[in-house]
Design a protein around this ligand. Structure first.
Ligand SMILES: Nc1nc2c(c(=O)[nH]1)N[C@H]1C(S)=C(S)[C@@H](COP(=O)(O)OP(=O)(O)OC[C@H]3O[C@@H](n4cnc5c(=O)[nH]c(N)nc54)[C@H](O)[C@@H]3O)O[C@H]1N2
Ligand SMILES: Nc1nc2c(c(=O)[nH]1)N[C@H]1C(S)=C(S)[C@@H](COP(=O)(O)OP(=O)(O)OC[C@H]3O[C@@H](n4cnc5c(=O)[nH]c(N)nc54)[C@H](O)[C@@H]3O)O[C@H]1N2
Ligand SMILES: [Mo]
Length: 774
């Protein structure tokens, strides 16, 4: 028997879902053991077992056959169908370099779309998107994207009403401040612990679960306003208000109306710290549109008893209250309004900036939300300057590809879509993340060339012209270093790169050599040089704020270092509360903008200058037509988006080999559906196949299909796509939240279901494409 090393001596690695020690035997990854200091580790890492060298691993550079034989723009309708031809790295680099040169020369850098949205791997250096952006900047720039799929509407509205969105999203009252001072936490969209497994860039300590139970032990109470009871952990005993999805703003307005009518609002806070409250109040009492936003009015919209709303308002007015709004509320039609309205409610309560009170955006949307912020600003790998000015709001990709030259509104401006000839993607999966995949598939045929770096044959890789095989985060050294985690970790290369796979950095170095820009891309540094540089620069920055980090050799030898997170914080608005003149907000007025002049100025966008209720086009409130079920396509518990869907952790959670769809048992009975039955979920945009699961924690009228199942698309008779593997984005709508943010609105979606008795066989999602080897 070989001697087994103690787990604490195994090499460390990190992912967005945590830090692990890797057990490797005969060159194969056998297990990822949770970091011994993580109080609540995530099982998502188990998804890696067996997939680093399976048949879905991309082992060499590949080119789509028609593209290779007939050149750019050839048979673009065969993307996803054509076989691939294996080429050498040298051939691949030349093809990419020549094509970039051709597009630049004929159409300009604007014709290159490098938005490349996506999460890729953890690690401060090998971040695919940053690598791509730096590379494209070295060759003259690219059309970029702005904001996120996570909460674009939130980012835009917060920039108007609070100023710098990042600081308000990422710095709510910290967990410690909540535990020590909290009384009542009202969570719109809940605080699902499943989502707090993730933290962008990695985490050494999952804290959300223990923070919430500590708060509970100290006497805090919780209200969960959500279509899912399970969106707040069962042991917190939250009161559940199952409001119709999309109705939250109406509910909040009715709470505001209660505050106003009972004189529970804090006038002096509103006077000192906000602008435009009077105009908003006139809207609430019906002086703007003749509608009083009373509890009775909201009761009809939200399908919640008026008395429940009144009771909640009174509880909020008589407690130290913290309001949390989930990011999911921004991913729906008029997704700008919930953050705006919730901030207004918190301002009316006058507790913003107090310990454990006020407003927070998305506790548990990621483990980092609620973590104390490090005093250090870590160094990062610079992306350089992009001389091209064209951009799109990230979720407008299909519209951009389909409608070059046409105009659209965004945040008070009129912009024009560029004519994209080349799409370059590294570290994201648009056939996971984008809405209305039938439309995306059509848009995807427009560019001449699509280049992707991927490590596995997912839907993006299969639909690209040139596929360059990259390493996974387990196959390279890196540095886990994020602003809201107390651990920094030296990530080791726990297994060697598979076959011909290369790091993104190495791939770009090779191409930049062909293009003659390698000196500016690498600055003469290897990956290891950069890692040392990033560490040493960060160490100096730490030093200047009084934090001592060990030298590089000591750090890499031990593998991790703990930085004391410091004192609890009441959040980014604490200083503003202390002195609103000194800590002026970066808004036009310097205060919280309940009424916003900038938004009022862009009148053509049909948005009132204060938070307001707009009935969505697709929601249960008008589900009187064909489709009667509201689709919730939230985050998957067993993976991060589409990553590792082919791995064992995700696969064992499938039922009869398919993604599951949650249904309320009462609805299921009405429709004659029992557990495990095969369903076709459909609407005008497309369809997907799923296995039914009865879930009493889901409100009636909803169906819940987590995102992340790899696309296995076939055409239906009407030309729309059906995903045999349960990808809900075949159903969702590709529609901007509003002209203000143009964010994704996946959560506004109605569907129908039918039971299927025919058998559909194995999904093709997990089969590699046909490959012609040299
Ligand atoms: N219907 C619906 N749709 C949604 C959402 C929803 O709630 N509902 N949520 C949205 C949200 S919030 C988000 S953030 C998006 C997420 O969308 P994405 O971030 O695009 O999803 P991922 O599956 O994480 O894609 C990351 C890709 O990077 C690849 N990768 C991993 N490591 C590396 C690496 O080192 N180098 C390279 N080159 N590639 C690597 C992975 O294999 C994977 O294909 O989805 C959005 N889509
Ligand atoms: N395990 C895991 N964790 C993740 C991710 C992952 O892929 N896997 N992705 C990460 C990313 S990139 C992001 S952006 C965050 C996203 O974090 P969130 O946006 O919080 O995630 P969701 O799961 O989409 O939504 C949370 C809940 O909102 C509820 N909800 C939906 N519509 C409405 C509505 O109209 N009103 C109300 N009140 N509630 C509603 C649903 O019941 C859903 O369970 O999660 C992160 N965490
Ligand atoms: Mo996200």
């Amino acid at each position: 028997m070989p001697h087994k090393a103690p787990v604490e001596n195994l090499p460390l690695t990190a992912a967005h879902w945590g830090v692990y020690r890797a057990e490797v035997n005969e060159g194969k990854l056998r297990a990822l053991h949770p970091f011994e200091r993580d109080p609540n580790p995530s099982l998502i890492a188990n998804g890696y077992i067996g997939v680093l060298d399976d048949e879905l691993r991309i082992d060499a550079p590949m080119v789509r056959k028609s593209w290779l034989e007939n050149g750019p723009g050839s048979a673009t309708d065969k993307r996803g169908v054509d076989p691939f031809v294996q080429v050498t790295w040298d051939e691949a680099e030349t093809l990419v370099a020549n094509e970039l040169n051709r597009v630049k020369a004929s159409f300009g850098n604007e014709a290159i779309y490098g938005g490349s949205y996506g999460w890729s791997g953890a690690g401060r250096f090998h971040h695919a998107q940053s690598q791509l952006h730096r590379f494209l900047n070295c060759i003259g720039g690219y059309t970029r994207s702005v904001n996120t799929y996570s909460l674009a509407a939130g980012e835009v509205i917060l920039s108007h009403i609070l100023g710098d969105p990042a600081s308000f999203i990422h710095n709510p009252p910290s967990w410690q401040s909540v535990v020590e001072n909290g009384e009542l936490l009202v969570a719109f969209g809940g605080m699902p612990l499943r989502n707090s497994q993730i933290s962008s860039g990695g985490t050494g300590a999952h804290r959300a679960r223990s923070a919430l139970s500590d708060a509970k032990k100290k006497g805090m109470s919780f209200v969960n306003i959500s279509p899912m009871r399970s969106d707040v952990a069962a042991d917190l005993n939250a009161d559940w208000i199952a409001a119709r999805p999309g109705s939250d703003v109406a509910l909040m307005l009715a709470i505001a109306h209660e505050f106003l009518s009972n004189n529970w609002h804090d006038r002096s806070f509103l006077d000192r710290y906000t602008t435009g409250f009077e105009t908003f109040a006139r809207y609430v009492i019906g002086q703007v549109d003749g509608i009083v936003k009373s509890a009775a009015w909201a009761a009809d919209i939200a399908n919640v008893p008026a008395q429940t709303i009144k009771d909640l308002a009174s509880r909020m007015a008589t407690s130290r209250t913290l309001i949390s709004v989930s990011w999911s509320l921004t991913r729906q039609e008029h997704g700008e309004q919930p953050f705006w309205m919730a901030t207004t409610l918190a301002a009316m309560l006058g507790q913003i900036g107090l310990p454990g009170a006020g407003i927070a955006f998305g506790y548990c949307a990621a483990n980092s939300i609620g973590m104390e912020r490090q005093p250090i600003k870590f160094a990062s790998f610079q992306q350089g300057k992009n001389p091209v000015t064209t951009f799109i709001p990230v979720a407008r990709i299909s519209d951009m590809l389909l409608n070059p030259g046409s105009t659209f509104r965004f945040n008070g401006q009129t912009l024009t879509y560029p004519d994209i000839k080349l799409v370059y993607w590294a570290g994201g999966n648009p056939f996971h993340h984008h809405q209305d995949l039938t439309k995306l598939e059509r848009a995807w045929q427009k560019p001449d060339t699509i280049i992707a770096h991927e490590w596995c044959w997912n839907a993006l890789a299969k639909r690209s012209d040139i596929v360059l095989p990259c390493t996974t985060q387990l196959e390279r050294r890196d540095l886990m270093m994020t602003p809201r985690d107390p651990y920094i970790v030296s990530m080791e290369e726990v297994v060697p790169p598979h076959a011909e796979a290369r790091d993104d950095y190495e791939i770009f170095t090779g191409i930049s050599r062909k293009l003659g820009v390698d000196t500016s891309f690498t600055e003469g540094r290897s990956s290891d040089d950069w890692l040392r540089w990033l560490y040493e620069e960060s160490r100096q920055k730490a030093d200047s704020c009084g934090v001592i980090l060990p030298d590089h050799a000591t750090f890499t030898e031990k593998g991790w270092h703990y930085i004391d997170p410091g004192t609890p914080s009441s959040g980014a608005l604490e200083a503003f509360r202390k002195d609103p003149r000194v800590a002026r907000l970066e808004t036009q007025s310097g205060r919280i903008e309940i009424c916003c002049a900038q938004i009022a100025d862009s009148r053509q966008d049909n948005i009132l200058p204060h938070p307001a209720w707009y009935a969505p086009e697709e929601w249960l409130g008008n589900a009187t037509g064909k489709h009667r079920l509201h689709l919730i396509s939230g985050q998957p518990a067993d993976k991060l988006h589409s990553q590792l869907d082919h791995g064992p952790e995700s696969q064992v959670k499938k039922v009869n080999g398919r993604a599951v769809a949650g249904l309320n048992p009462v609805d299921a009975e009405t429709m004659g559906v029992c557990d495990g039955v095969l369903l076709r979920v459909y609407n005008e945009r497309g369809a997907c196949l799923v296995s039914a699961r009865l879930d009493p924690s889901l409100m009636q009228g909803c169906i819940a299909i987590s995102t992340g199942a790899w696309l296995d698309a076939a055409r239906q008779e009407d030309g729309t796509l059906i995903c045999q593997n349960g990808n809900p984005n075949t159903l969702t709508r590709d529609q901007g939240t509003s002209d203000l943010a143009q964010g994704p609105a996946a959560h506004s979606c109605l569907v129908s279901i039918e039971k299927l008795t025919v058998s559909f066989g194995q999904s093709k999602a997990y089969l590699p494409p046909v490959i012609q080897r040299a």
